[in-house]
Design a protein around this ligand. Structure first.
Ligand SMILES: [Zn+2]
Length: 525
């Protein structure tokens, strides 16, 4: 990589991950330059990003724009050797603004992919996707991997448009791409962004989370460019990977908050929260069975869940003061005030948002059954589940993970390249349909094949998108509206995970429900 001038185009520059990617790329030799688009509607550029832009102004060309405009993407891609697409509107912003989420998360990616294809040169495309594509995971399927079914949680515009974006990229025929499904990110803006929104209550206590830090995510992208330039990434491209911090970053939703509170305030989360404040389902998060694959290629893990929180503790000395304030006061003034936020479960319950109460709790009765007593609430990390006692450390041990994996419906002991028509048709049958390309010859996993779903829709998709992407029919398996119950009713591929957190009598539910979110329904039309 010595003398050749290299340009990396970057989006999402003002975000937690994008800012770190920018900074990390600047740690490469000076022949690596960055061209970045700074979202024009972003009023406040974080100090960390400003400092980086200033310090490395000779190597960074930054311009204001919007990836939802094709011309801006053309400008970004011009002269670029790599594009790292970190731009996304994420929760809580995406929960309040479906239109901008659509533009940013889907149209932005579509424009970037289209301009790469139109530019006539080879530009390597690094797509940043999300763990939210796997939807909600509950026991016994807390471990996940590439190829698992793609499910957008009900009402989650973020994953809805990220889903369409990744599929578009996968099916685009770009010559050199990689999709990295980013996990939950521990980042420096966590308090500023989340402490003022009902999103605070969207972490399910028993969900599985494999965190990664913003800094490690930046290092990951830097290493990707560096290693590729050095010719060290044999067999890496044109695949999907899960980003995760690995063993030291795997916890549950409860453990996350509990550790955060204990480190920063000295007391358990139980002192500040009640069990029925948070949603028990329709969230997202999973422990990655396969996140070491990316680590083996890129060697990016330098931080852990615990090291992140001890650093936060050092960084925000005012938490020492919070330690002497009675938890009941903090609970009242910092958290309970958020019950009025429209993104808060308490708001949905009070204002009869029946669709959301059903989607996130299973209904008002199910909500009432949770109650406010931690003694009666089964926390997985304390060895309790709704079905009785469990051995939490055994479930969490990656050596045991294989037995909890989801079925992908074909013989995975065969290499992808040697799968034949009968294998594809078997996978299709597990998804309730069939493969129509009966003259498929082995090895063409990126070439479009024809498929039919159980509702009779026919569609073209590469075997890679279906088998490794975890996608199926674009007409009936991609919301809107969200109707995963109807899919789970007939399709084993979805049923195996859907019924972990839903009952048989929910299969006809469709979201948004007609009695709430009138505004959003109007926008969808
Ligand atoms: Zn269909």
């Amino acid at each position: 990589m010595k003398n050749k001038s290299v340009t990396v185009a970057l989006t999402g520059t003002t975000g937690a991950m994008g800012g770190e990617v920018l900074y990390s790329l600047m740690q490469l030799p000076s022949n690596v330059n960055v061209k970045c688009i700074v979202y024009e509607a972003e009023k406040k550029i974080p100090r960390f990003v400003k400092k980086t832009l200033k310090k490395y102004s000779e190597r960074i060309y930054a311009f204001r724009g919007d990836i939802a405009r094709y011309e801006d993407c053309e400008k970004l891609i011009e002269g670029a050797d790599y594009v790292i697409n970190c731009a996304s509107l994420i929760p809580p912003k995406s929960d309040h603004d479906p239109e901008t989420t659509y533009l940013s998360n889907f149209i932005g990616t579509k424009n970037i992919v289209d301009t790469i294809k139109a530019c006539g040169r080879e530009v390597a495309y690094v797509h940043i996707a999300t763990v939210a594509l796997y939807g909600h995971r509950a026991e016994p399927h807390l471990w996940g991997r590439v190829g698992d079914p793609i499910i957008s949680s009900d009402y989650d515009y973020y994953s809805l448009y990220k889903l369409k974006a990744e599929r578009y990229a996968l099916e685009s025929g770009i010559e050199k791409f990689v999709s990295l499904r980013q996990t939950a990110v521990l980042h420096k803006y966590m308090f500023a962004n989340n402490l003022k929104d009902g999103l605070m209550f969207h972490t399910s206590w028993n969900c599985a989370l494999e965190w990664v830090t913003d800094r490690d995510s930046g290092v990951l992208c830097k290493n990707l460019v560096e290693k590729d330039l050095n010719g060290e990434l044999d067999g890496f491209w044109n695949k999907i990977y899960n980003i995760g911090g690995g063993e030291n970053c795997r916890v549950t939703g409860f453990e996350t908050l509990d550790y955060c509170f204990k480190t920063l305030m000295g007391k358990s989360a139980k002192k500040y929260f009640k069990p029925d404040w948070n949603i028990p389902r329709n969230f997202h998060g999973v422990w990655f069975y396969d996140s070491d694959e990316l680590e083996n290629y890129l060697g990016f893990r330098g931080e852990s869940f615990e090291s992140f929180w001890s650093e936060m503790h050092k960084k925000y000395p005012y938490f020492k003061l919070a330690k002497v304030v009675p938890p009941a006061l903090i609970s009242k003034f910092a958290f309970k005030r958020l019950f009025k936020n429209t993104n808060s479960p308490a708001y949905w319950l009070k204002h009869c948002k029946a669709g959301r109460v059903k989607a996130f709790f299973g209904g008002t009765e199910a909500y009432k059954r949770i109650g406010g007593d931690w003694e009666k609430f089964p926390l997985l990390c304390e060895g309790k589940s709704k079905n009785g006692e469990i051995d939490y450390s055994a479930i969490k041990n990656s050596a045991n993970a294989e037995k909890y994996l989801l079925n992908h419906g074909y013989d995975e002991s065969k290499p992808l390249e040697s799968l034949e028509y009968s294998d594809l048709d078997k996978a299709a049958a597990f998804r309730g349909g069939k493969c129509l390309t009966s003259d498929y010859s082995a090895g063409n996993i990126y070439k479009k094949a024809e498929w039919q779903c159980r509702e009779g829709h026919t569609f073209s998709s590469s075997p890679y998108t279906i088998l490794k992407g975890g996608y199926w029919c674009p007409h009936c398996c991609e919301p809107k509206p969200w109707r995963y119950g109807a899919l789970a009713k007939d399709i084993p591929f979805y049923a195996q995970v859907y019924f972990d957190s839903h009952t048989e009598d929910e299969v006809d539910d469709v979201y948004p429900m007609p009695d709430d979110d009138e505004e959003f329904i109007k926008k969808l039309r």
